[in-house]
Design a protein around this ligand. Structure first.
Ligand code: GLA
Ligand code: ZN
Length: 690
């Protein structure tokens, strides 16, 4: 038997897979019967955890300095009596009206410099001393009262941090942040290239945050503002954490993340014990769910990779949302498939928004475990309860995680910069779509992928794909060079190595710091209209063994080789015959470059060859039809294998020759596995001896 290695359960109090929801008893305090019924239904649904108190500030502090914790006492005590645990939330995601009224400074100022009125949520100033003070007071009270409560397993800090504030406090903080970073106005002016359009700054007081009616075209400025907003939000989050940690430092801390583009979540990883995120895919939008399934897989991979350990699916809908343009129901099987997909990628929980539908206001039609009918005899409740039963059967997977020797490089500042730049294709540079397309090629093959940043350690990977690495620091260039030199395989695309960390172009020839590693010089780049096409014609006897032509679109970069070998050339335009796909042998490794945007057919074919050549691990040595994928989690002794069908059709998968058993029943399986539409099969097998 091999040694096992897995992470400790997120909470020692609840060493099983967590299953539950956001719970808002504060909306039902007038109706104690509902609260009683909730407990019965939670047990019936196999729920063991609730995120509580998320927007409860007005119920906890109805007037300034007046605290009403009795209802929370009752709920948490009842939880403890019934084996239900709580992620206790700090309430800073929305504030009571008295605070906005008495202290207008807590209300966020938008980029147009207009201060918000009181209302909605997620719209406070993270710099405001009063907001920080009020948050610290309520958090201290919560921590003192509940930090050692038997039902409480951890802190859920605020809710989906996001957005920016442009008030006077924030302007001052931004200026200070810049002074710290640059030290002098000369350095700031140089970094922002302010000699352009006479934008030279001669006094720190002239610096303002970007504004739609002011400055928004200085790319270095925009980039620094976004970095500042991340730092300021992390700083606020840390302010909250420092307070709650006081009462019981052992309680784990998380904050729920979402697809919020404006925050570099990698910067939060250090201050959190566990990453959690909220996933709301629009299932059944397209012809089938393959592409969407792959894109959600990417985000699970991203959130797992932030700490390279199990994360939490903090929110998902048990049925539909009410804020997407069309709210489709989850078809039979999809609840189980999409929930266990999160587990397959490393989640140790399946949690929902929301436990019970509210009776009024904007989310009253958002899916919930308990509908307005109030009982358990619904399709959704049944799906949730069945999943609860499955989760309780497979708790042995907690703490296990997914080893991968393949990584996709995805930096937030690159993402911001590449989309901010006015360049080859302002009608859509499609950065995220490109990242997702490359990731999908691995997903289709059942190859586990980490999603890393350029500051991460690269040494454990065999293959790194860095699509559109437009913002590439000199040090990132050197790091990737070393990676290839030491035997790694790197794949890059057009529009890489263009600017440095200040969004200043690399001089002396693109792709700047990647030029030597790739053995190419990129002289020009052109954007294509949506209706334009070019193509890649594979060279005869190319070392990948690919033949024929592949359609390309949107972006064509005109490159010259400087040591790289040409694997394929353009089919059209005045540059037909010029290199479109190259490989450079460098040190012990190889660096590939795609000069044009190629489609899924090419990415599939190309990465299949690379997977073979580099020997990166596929979970299963079996043919996977389009839309069917396999993921693995391991404790290094046992591997947990999840076969998932997003193809919209019935599928049959031939297992490879490893020894499989069904995870839930332990029955031996071999041969062909049948997967219904939206089907998922959970298997286990002994890990290979190394
Ligand atoms: C977000 C929020 C929740 C809720 C859901 C609805 O994720 O965190 O409070 O509004 O969206 O889908
Ligand atoms: Zn502010």
């Amino acid at each position: 038997m091999k040694m096992t290695h897995k992470f400790h359960p997120i909470s020692p109090k609840l060493p099983v897979l967590m299953h539950g929801a956001d719970y808002n008893p504060d909306q039902w305090l007038h109706n104690p019967q509902v609260l009683e019924e909730d407990i019965r239904l939670m047990k019936l649904a196999g729920c063991n955890v609730m995120a509580i108190g998320i927007f409860a500030w007005a119920a906890l502090e109805p007037a300034e300095g007046t605290f009403t914790f009795e209802w929370m006492d009752r709920i948490l005590n009842t939880f403890a009596e019934n084996g239900i645990y709580a992620w206790l939330s700090t309430p800073s995601g929305a504030r009571p009206a008295w605070m906005s009224e008495r202290y207008p400074e807590v209300r966020r100022v938008e980029a147009n410099r207009v201060r918000n009125l009181h209302g909605i949520r997620h719209n406070h100033c993270f710099t405001s001393p009063i907001y920080r003070e009020k948050t610290a007071i309520i958090n201290t009270k919560l921590a003192e009262r509940y930090g050692n409560h038997p039902a409480v397993i951890g802190w859920h800090i605020s809710n989906e941090f996001g957005g920016d504030c442009h008030c006077a406090y924030c302007q001052d903080a931004f200026r200070e942040w810049l002074q710290q970073k640059y030290g002098s106005l000369e350095a700031l002016n140089a970094a922002w290239w302010t000699s352009f359009w006479a934008h030279t700054i001669t006094d720190w007081s002239q610096v303002e945050s970007p504004a739609p009616h002011g400055e928004y075209m200085v790319h270095g400025h925009n980039l620094d503002w976004r970095r500042f907003v991340t730092d300021q939000t992390v700083n606020f989050c840390k302010h909250e954490i420092d307070v709650v940690r006081g009462s019981n430092p052992a309680l784990p801390v998380t904050t729920n993340m979402h697809l919020i583009e404006g925050l570099d979540y990698r910067k939060f990883a250090e201050i959190l014990d566990v990453i959690s995120w909220d996933a709301y895919p629009t299932w059944h939008e397209g012809q089938n769910d393959s592409q969407l399934g792959a894109s959600i897989a990417f985000y699970h991979d991203l959130f797992r990779s932030l700490k390279k350990k199990p994360f939490l699916l903090m929110e998902s809908t048990p049925s539909l949302t009410n804020w997407q343009s069309v709210s489709k129901l989850k078809q039979p099987g999809m609840h189980r498939l999409s929930s266990l997909q999160a587990v397959a990628h490393g989640s140790d929980s399946v949690q929902y928004f929301q436990w019970r539908k509210s009776r009024g206001s904007s989310e009253k039609f958002h899916g919930a475990v308990v509908d307005h009918c109030g009982h358990e005899y619904t399709r959704v409740f049944k799906d949730v309860a069945e999943l609860g039963a499955t989760l309780s059967n497979i708790s042995e997977v907690i703490g296990t995680t997914t080893p991968s020797d393949t990584a996709i490089l995805f930096d937030w500042d690159n993402r911001w910069a590449v989309k901010d730049a006015q360049g080859p294709r302002n009608m859509g540079i499609h950065y995220e779509e490109t990242i997702l397309a490359h990731h999908q090629a691995f997903w289709e093959q059942g190859v586990p992928v980490d999603v890393i940043g350029s500051e991460d350690d690269l040494s454990s990977y065999k293959l790194i794909v860095a699509p559109m690495l437009y913002l590439c620091r000199e040090e990132t260039g050197r790091k990737l060079e070393r990676f290839v030199e030491q035997g790694g395989t790197l794949v890059t695309t057009y529009w890489s190595g263009i600017v440095n960390e200040h969004d200043l172009c690399h001089l002396g020839g693109f792709p700047g710091p990647l030029r030597k590693t790739l053995g190419i010089w990129a002289e020009e780049i052109e954007g294509l209209y949506d209706h334009d096409r070019n193509g890649l014609s594979m060279s005869i006897d190319n070392q990948l063994g690919l033949t024929g032509t592949f359609e390309s679109h949107e972006i064509c970069e005109l490159i010259h080789t400087e040591g790289a070998e040409v694997l394929g050339v353009y089919t059209d335009s005045f540059y037909a015959g010029q290199p479109a796909l190259t490989v450079n042998r460098f040190g012990k490794g190889k660096a590939y470059h795609m000069a044009t945007r190629l489609k899924a057919d090419f990415l599939q074919a190309f990465y299949s060859k690379l997977i073979e050549q580099t020997g990166v691990a596929r979970v299963m040595n079996s043919y996977l039809p389009q839309g069917v994928t396999v993921q693995v989690r391991t404790d290094t002794s046992t591997e947990y294998v999840f076969i998932m069908n997003f193809s919209g059709q019935t599928q049959h998968i031939s297992l490879d020759d490893r020894d499989y058993t069904l995870l839930e029943s332990n029955e031996t399986v071999n041969g062909v596995i049948d997967l219904p539409v939206n089907g998922i099969v959970l298997l286990k097998r002994p890990a290979k001896e190394v």
